[in-house]
Design a protein around this ligand. Sequence first.
Ligand SMILES: [Zn+2]
Length: 286
Amino acid sequence: MIQGIARGSATSTPNFLLRLDIDTTRDADSTRPILDLLDDTQIKATFMVATGPDDSARKILGATPRIIRGRYHKRYGLTTLKNTLKPEQHLENRLEDKDILQAGHEIALHGHWHTKWIEEAPRWTLPQAQEHTTRAFTSFTSRFGLQPKGFSTPGFTTTPQITQALQKHPLLYTSNTRNPRPHHPTLHGTPTTHLEMPATLQTLEERLLQGATPNKAPATAMREAAETLKKEGYLCYYTHPSFDAHLHRDFLPRLINTIQQQEPRTPTMETAARERRTHDEDTPDL
Ligand SMILES: [Zn+2]
């Protein structure tokens, strides 16, 4: 059965989860202002870090359609794009994990080699999916010294092969899809052991890249976020620190302010998943 995370639990307080994806070196370098904002607003967030190389700038410059590329140029600037061209540097090593963990936030896993994952994962066989997911988990644990409790697939790329490959890892939750509420996905007709904690809505960044007008898009995103939380009791807003720290600095504070008028709980995704699974009485030994 699919339920909202707060429905039927001891509390009817809605859950607002903030998922911050670290896709690029620029995301990894942009966490400081975000951490300050989280501190001010008493929010515990989940940083989803992609392990492996960051060749996003090369991909953006070389492979995206011209119209999208033009928007990236306008918004990020060529200098910024070139600065991220350091394929030898692995993203997980760039992230200042101590500040994040000491403040009570979560670091979870966002695959391995973000651009390559998005391009190739839809065609992976099961052994290939197992190889890539294992590489992601190995990179994560050797860098941070802990097992990730959550996993999100880059680009929301889900296939039965990826779902099955993830089953052998001791995860508390996945965040592989965009959906209104948490649920257990099915694999070949059987519910998986992982609780799926989906991202709920499009980011403001996505809306703008798809051509939404900068005057209207922020208000639309905030209204949809507030309505969703009210309706579902669950909102997982995902975004990228490089966007919120540099491009639309006022948006995330305004969104948080709007959302907090509903006085939601704001735990990490791990905490929310643990509570939900405890409620479902299906918590494995993690
Ligand atoms: Zn990503």
